[in-house]
Ligand binder design. Sequence first.
Ligand code: HEC
Length: 391
Amino acid sequence: MRALALVPLVLFAGFSLAQEPAAQEPAAGAAPAKAAVDFSKQVAPLLMQRCIECHGPKEQKGDLRLDSREAVFPKGAEDSWTVTPGKPDESELIHRIGLPLSDEDIMPNKGEPLTKAQQELLRQWVAEGAHWDDAGDKAIAEALAAQVLPKITFDLPEVDAAQQAAIDKAIAALREKGAVVQQVAADTRAVDVNFSLLRDKVGDAELAMCEPLAPVLVWLNVSRTAVTDAGIKHLAGFAQLRRLHAANTAISDAGFAKLAGLAKLEYVNAYGTGLSDAGLLGLAGLPHLKQVYAWQSKVTADGKKALLARLPGVQVDLGDYVEERLAAAQKEISEREARNKPVNEMCPVLDKPIDAALFVEYEGRRIAFCCAKCKAAFQKDPKKYLEKLPK
Ligand code: HEC
């Protein structure tokens, strides 16, 4: 009973098993003195929490997957196993998790290191034979499935055969022009059209070519193209449009005003356009608007305030934080440079020009010397030279 009661302690209070008398390694062949590790309940959740994001279905860093028995113990490739059942000291995985934080090979290689209790748990699991049964695979598969973000769904209107033919024809023609046209996801008819790579080869005429796509077009990118205010009228029927990227175009308030009827529009990127406070306020009638990106447009903080008064939930990004962050980064760099700069230009010992690479840190200041000898002399008796240094 006592050994069983330990398990929650280990998991929740972070106690090290090693501190418990019951946790001594069992002598070979002896009955284990502590509860055997339950892979599904103890190891799988730990792998999920700390490893599988980099060693699972999405990424296989270091060519390693830790999300199924087959991946960890591939048949016929025993030499490459990162876990050697029964032999924690020969297991790369156990070695990695036990490294000091200063070692770049430590796993996980970001965030906190595993606690002593977690390390001990994995070590015990390996020592006990690294059992990984079907229930273990299932536990991980279920946890992964639960992690998947809700599917993007689009409630698109039905189209008849004639409309579908028109859609297919328009897609072919757009692709012919070099536009990137793709389904947003495998299980939807929703379409994403991206003109931005074509730059000024695309203008209002190409936008007109999109019109048959109105029942399925959900994302459109005309950034950096030559599309004008006049061309935006072709978007008026795009009742399914959710995202519009129009950054770095000549579109101004007159163009953005034509978006007013787009009931599903959620996101407008107007970076580097002529959008002004008046134009921004014109978007207040969009019932689903969530975000407007307006850095380097004509929108001001007052314009943002006015829109928020009408649509409190909307994010209006004026990019001010970008400048703030740049300024902060710049400040840090200059501070670091200042810290790394010697306070003196002349050697306090011989009064000759310094070599900035020959320095000591003394009472929070960097003091440089003309030669190694002077540096040594200073280190021997700093007080003797201090008055020669700038205050
Ligand atoms: C943020 C990403 C990340 C996380 C989380 C992570 N790893 Fe890694 N892992 C890496 C990268 C990158 C490499 C390859 C570079 C290297 O070998 O250090 C690697 C390599 C390894 C290797 C060596 C593979 C080989 O055979 O060369 C092992 C073993 C390993 N990780 C185990 C783990 C374990 C166990 C966890 C969880 C406790 C974990 N990793 C969590 C990124 C990660």
